[in-house]
Design a protein around this ligand. Structure first.
Ligand code: ATP
Ligand code: MG
Length: 139
């Protein structure tokens, strides 16, 4: 079963959806974002980071694998598994340590390495409807 969480028809609406979602986040929460290229995973993540009060500019971690934001209510560790080829690469950069920190972990393309995500992970699916509206459902 999945619940419709958000319908956003602009970049700005996606950012504010992330900001609202961030209000309920707690230390050690892990948010997995799945969905097609361009579904809005990075924009929703930007909203979460700004909703938690971080002031650093947010960029896509597609190439860096992880970006860290430590100026808000909770630290945020924003991952993107899109270019990740092996789980061992993630272990090398300290995946387990990130999970143990009292921060929020966000993972774009988390379904590529689903087995790495803790059991209590919040799984969200992003998709684009035929009318162009971006939708987020919670699994
Ligand atoms: N709700 C929305 N309505 C309209 N456009 C949106 C919405 N959300 C994001 N966009 C636009 O879609 C494009 C892709 O957004 P974004 O980079 O956040 O997607 P993504 O899922 O992270 O993509 P990728 O799979 O490449 O990581 C951007 O140009 C962004 O401005
Ligand atoms: Mg992205």
């Amino acid at each position: 079963m999945s619940d419709l969480l958000v319908q956003a028809s602009s970049e700005e609406e996606m950012l504010s959806a992330g900001e609202i979602f961030a209000r309920d986040l707690n230390p050690s929460d892990v948010v997995a974002l799945c969905g097609q290229l361009g579904a809005g995973k990075t924009h929703f993540s930007k909203g979460i980071v700004s909703g938690l009060g971080a002031v650093e500019p947010v960029t896509s971690p597609t190439f860096s694998l992880v970006n860290e934001y430590r100026t808000g209510r909770l630290p945020v560790f924003h991952f993107d598994f899109y270019r990740l080829e092996e789980a061992s690469e993630l272990v090398t950069i300290g995946w387990d340590d990130y999970l143990e920190e009292d921060g929020v972990v966000i993972v774009e393309w988390a379904d590529k390495f689903q087995e790495l995500l803790p059991e209590e992970t919040i799984w969200l699916d992003l998709s684009i409807r035929e009318n162009g509206v971006h939708e987020i459902t919670r699994q």
